[in-house]
Design a protein around this ligand. Structure first.
Ligand code: PLP
Ligand code: COI
Length: 361
C-alpha cells in the first residue's frame, strides 16, 4: 500500500526530482492524510517595499531567499493564518470565512508593527493558490481539506530592534486530514504549568512567538501520551485559556455552551462560528467567560476547536495528577457530535451557511 510517508521515502531513495515527487502524490490516499508538510505546485508571494505591496505572483519555488538580518529571524516579527478550502458534493470549492482570517491577520500585523495585506488582497491570494493547486484538494467525503497557510514576515537588512524595512506576504497550501489522532475521537489533554502568552502580551495575535513558547510544554505533554497541553490564564493560573493550538469549549449540564474569554486567548474563527451555530442552530445558551479549573464537574462534554483541529472531543483533562473525564474517553457526546455535524456540514456546503461565511473559489 502506498502511503504518503513511504511515498516521500521512496522519492528520496530513488533520487526523484521535486516535480516527480509531487507527481507521486497523485496517488494520495486521501483518507489517510494527517497534518504534514507536502510541497504543492504553486504558492503566492508578494513583497512590500517603499510603502506598498507589489501585485504578487505565483511561484513553484518553495524556498525563500531572505537577508540574514531579517527581523523575522531575530525578533520574531512575523505572523500567520490558517484556513481551509473544501471540495463540495457538486464539485465546487468553498473557502470558509477568509474575511475573518484577513481581519485577524491585520490585527496581528498591527500588534507587531507590520503592514498587512488588505482583505481583498488576502482573499485573492488564497483563491489563486487554491485554483493553482486544485489537484491537491481532498475529494468530497474523504474527511480532508486543503489547508492554506498565509504569513507575513519582516525581511531586509537590519540589526536594531525595530520594524523591518521590507516584508513578504505569502500563502502556501497543503492537503490535510485530522490534526489530532483519530480526528473526531476523544483525546486526553494535560494542564501545563507553563504559559504560552503574557496577560497583556501577544496571546490574541497569531504570531510565531506564542507557538515557540508552546513547543516544549506541548512536547512534554505528547511524551506523556496526551494529545497536547491546556494552558491556564497567565495571571492567576485558575482558569482554562487555550488547548495547545485550538480553543476550548464545554457544555454544561444545562446545555449551555461555555468558552473562555480572555485578552491572551487567540480569537478563533472556529470558536466564533461555533458560538453562532450553537445559538442559532442548536438553541444553546452561549456563555463567554471563566472556566475555572476547579469546576470541571460543571460540564458534561468538552472539546477543542480550530481550523486544524476542527472539533476534537476532549475525553479527559489531567490536572495535578488526576484525570477528570467528561463524557467518555472512548465515545463522543451528543452535543459535541451535533456541533461537529453542523460545522462540517456548513464548511463543505451540505448545510446552508449563515450569510457571508462561504466564499466560492
Ligand atoms: N488558538 C490557537 C493558539 C490556535 O493556534 C488556533 C488555530 O488557529 C486556534 C486557537 C483556533 O483558531 P481558528 O479557529 O481561527 O483556527
Ligand atoms: C490552525 O488551526 O490553523 C493552526 O494554526 C493550528 C496549528 C497548526 C498551528
Amino acid at each position: 500500500m502506498i502511503t504518503l510517508k513511504n511515498q516521500r521515502t521512496y522519492a528520496r531513495r530513488s533520487g526523484r526530482s521535486a516535480i516527480e515527487d509531487v507527481m507521486a502524490y497523485e496517488n494520495i490516499e486521501w483518507d489517510k492524510l494527517g497534518f504534514d508538510y507536502i510541497k504543492t505546485d504553486q504558492r503566492y508571494l508578494s513583497h512590500w517595499r517603499d510603502g506598498e505591496w507589489d501585485q504578487g505572483t505565483l511561484t513553484e519555488d518553495n524556498v525563500l531567499h531572505i537577508s540574514e538580518g531579517s527581523t523575522a529571524l531575530h525578533y520574531g516579527q512575523q505572523c500567520f493564518e490558517g484556513l481551509k478550502a473544501y471540495r463540495c458534493k457538486d464539485g465546487s470549492i468553498n473557502l470558509f470565512r477568509p474575511d475573518q482570517n484577513a481581519l485577524r491577520m491585520q490585527r496581528s500585523c498591527a500588534r507587531l508593527l507590520m503592514p498587512a495585506p488588505s482583505t481583498e488582497q488576502f482573499i485573492e491570494a488564497c483563491k489563486q493558490v487554491v485554483k493553482a493547486n486544485e489537484r491537491f484538494i481532498p475529494p468530497y467525503g474523504s474527511g480532508g481539506a486543503l489547508y492554506l497557510r498565509p504569513f507575513v514576515i519582516g525581511v531586509g537588512d537590519n540589526i536594531g530592534v525595530r520594524t523591518a524595512p521590507e516584508f513578504i506576504f505569502s500563502v502556501f497550501c497543503i492537503p490535510v486530514g485530522p490534526y489530532f489522532k483519530g480526528g473526531m475521537k476523544p483525546n486526553n489533554f494535560v494542564i501545563s504549568s507553563y504559559d504560552r502568552a503574557a496577560p497583556q502580551g501577544t496571546g490574541a495575535a497569531k504570531v510565531g512567538g506564542n507557538y515557540a513558547a508552546s513547543l516544549m510544554p506541548g512536547s512534554q505533554a505528547k511524551k506523556n501520551n496526551f494529545a497536547d497541553c491546556i494552558y491556564l490564564d497567565p495571571q492567576t493560573h485558575t482558569k482554562i485559556e487555550e488547548v495547545g493550538s485550538a480553543n476550548f469549549f464545554a457544555i454544561t449540564h444545562n446545555d449551555e455552551f461555555v468558552t473562555p474569554k480572555s485578552p491572551s486567548v487567540l480569537p478563533g474563527i472556529t470558536r466564533l462560528s461555533l458560538i453562532e451555530l450553537a445559538q442559532s442552530r442548536l438553541g444553546l445558551k452561549v456563555i463567554e467567560g471563566d472556566v475555572l479549573i476547579d469546576n470541571l464537574g460543571d460540564f458534561k462534554e468538552a472539546g477543542a476547536c480550530g481550523t486544524a483541529a476542527v472539533i476534537t472531543p476532549i475525553g479527559g483533562i489531567e490536572y495535578n495528577g488526576k484525570l477528570h473525564v467528561f463524557y467518555s474517553e472512548k465515545e463522543v457526546g451528543p452535543v459535541v457530535s451535533r456541533l461537529y455535524a453542523e460545522l462540517t456540514g456548513v464548511q463543505s456546503g451540505d448545510i446552508e451557511a449563515p450569510q457571508g461565511w462561504i466564499v466560492k473559489v
